[in-house]
Design a protein around this ligand. Structure first.
Ligand SMILES: C[S@@+](CC[C@H](N)C(=O)[O-])C[C@H]1O[C@@H](n2cnc3c(N)ncnc32)[C@H](O)[C@@H]1O
Length: 235
């Protein structure tokens, strides 16, 4: 893929999201709004543009700039210092948060694909944020056994059938005033139809139920791209 202009990259992002839509859901993505919101974003710097391009070239399901922007804003808004990024891929989501946390902060990343870790670490080095990252190989849920400290934010972007378990393990670890954030909560519209009983869709439905029924949890599902839930721990 040749180097794309920012607007060509936005178009590719929309196409790659639309390609992941299945037969039930074609009408459910609001491409026009996503297009408008992408066009509103300021131009990304050279490194982020390159990461976006890498994700597009690989057909990698990364969160994209709209959701990543929200993650960075949430981290900055609560002066987050300790973050868990579950399903870190080539580091796009973590990069946005790493750039806004202080030098003494730490993001625990985890992914079950060794190649993703290597690629991400190169980007973190290049951005000068590698000292704020610890990146584990292996299953994301095992991370909760390796590290028991309190965290400000958990961002969950792993296999969808594991979402309820990730919340159950992660929620007790989040401090009051911290956030549990999950991507793909609209699952390209699959959650809208009761015909869809795939384990991934069920996982998202169950997490949604948990998010809205847990004590001291205040949740909003933001319908940008594929839907991000943001859950504040209020007590
Ligand atoms: C949707 S991608 C996330 C990318 C990343 N959050 C971003 O937007 O830049 C999901 C990643 O999580 C990994 N993954 C899925 N389930 C996992 C699990 N249970 N443990 C570890 N990694 C997992 C996949 O290999 C993939 O790289």
């Amino acid at each position: 893929m040749q180097n794309l202009t920012a607007s060509a990259r936005n178009e590719s992002l929309l196409k790659s999201w639309a390609n992941s839509v299945d037969k039930y859901t074609k009408e459910s993505i609001n491409e026009t709004i996503d297009q408008y919101l992408l066009d509103c974003l300021p131009a990304r710097d050279e490194l982020l543009s390159r990461m976006e391009q890498y994700g597009l070239e690989q057909g990698f399901p990364f969160v994209g700039p709209l959701a990543a922007n929200l993650l960075a804003m949430l981290a900055a808004s609560i002066n987050a210092r300790h973050i868990i990024d579950l399903g870190s891929g080539f580091g796009f989501s973590a990069m946005h948060m790493a750039r806004v946390i202080p030098d003494s902060g730490l993001i625990l990343c985890v992914d079950d694909n060794e190649e993703n870790r290597k690629t991400a670490l190169k980007y973190f080095e290049e951005a000068g944020v590698a000292h704020k990252i610890k990146y584990y190989d292996g299953d994301a849920l095992d991370l909760f056994k390796k590290d028991e400290s309190e965290v400000d934010i958990i961002f969950c972007d792993i296999n969808k059938e594991q979402y309820p378990e990730a919340f159950k393990l992660g929620w007790p670890r989040i401090r009051k005033g911290g956030y549990f954030v999950a991507d793909n909560m609209l699952w390209h519209g699959r959650v809208l139809t009761s015909e869809d009983q795939q384990p991934s869709t069920q996982g998202i439905r169950e997490l949604t139920r948990l998010l809205y029924s847990t004590a001291n949890a205040r949740t909003v599902i933001i319908p940008i791209r594929d839907g991000l839930s943001v859950t504040l721990k209020t007590a």
